[in-house]
Ligand binder design. Sequence first.
Ligand SMILES: Cc1cc2nc3c(=O)[nH]c(=O)nc-3n(C[C@H](O)[C@H](O)[C@H](O)COP(=O)(O)O)c2cc1C
Length: 206
Amino acid sequence: MEFFELAYARHSVRIYQPGLEISDRELRQIFDAVILSPSSFNIQHWKFVVVRDQERKTALRGLSFGQAQVEQSAAVVLVCGSLDAYADAARIYGAADLTTREKYLPMIEGSYAGQAALQREEAVRSGSLAAMSLMYAAKAAGWDSGPMIGFDAKKVGAMLHLDDNTVPVMMIVIGKALNDVQPERGYRRPIEEVVKLEFLDGDTLV
Ligand SMILES: Cc1cc2nc3c(=O)[nH]c(=O)nc-3n(C[C@H](O)[C@H](O)[C@H](O)COP(=O)(O)O)c2cc1C
């Protein structure tokens, strides 16, 4: 699917065909594209916990204010961000030349070490970019999706064994819309309001 077609076709789907399964092979195709997402210093702060077991999806629904899509989707993906992903920089830059390593490794350590707020921001920033890639990749592979933050992050984190260095970014449910019915597109703020030229109070596009 060509990108603009994909962008117009993606919706947050909340009513899914129940009982559908998504295979490892299908997920791998999707995640192979997702991990190409950009991240600061190429640190790749993201991690994904995929839940397909029906009983566990039902339990997750109970921790998501009863939202039915969690139970009816084929997979629930908790997109997470690692606070300490920067600690792997030497591995990430392992194949880089010495000049690059000597330039970037101290810069990365200096930027993140002891910087709790930045670590969190970056984990959420990278995780969010990956989440968007996940929704587009899923759509391109023939699956619908829905992003969600309406869940008890503490309880979901405990259920999925998140550790102290891993924060939940958002949940993405993946499935196929019931009867192929796509939701109506919600209101969008017009370009004039959201795109400004040169200054925040500048002109907009013609
Ligand atoms: C971070 C985030 C959290 C969201 N949380 C929920 C949610 O908990 N439940 C839900 O039904 N939709 C949720 N949504 C979906 C939004 O309502 C939806 O993206 C928005 O209405 C625009 O619709 P569209 O995605 O179909 O274009 C969330 C979206 C985002 C980006």
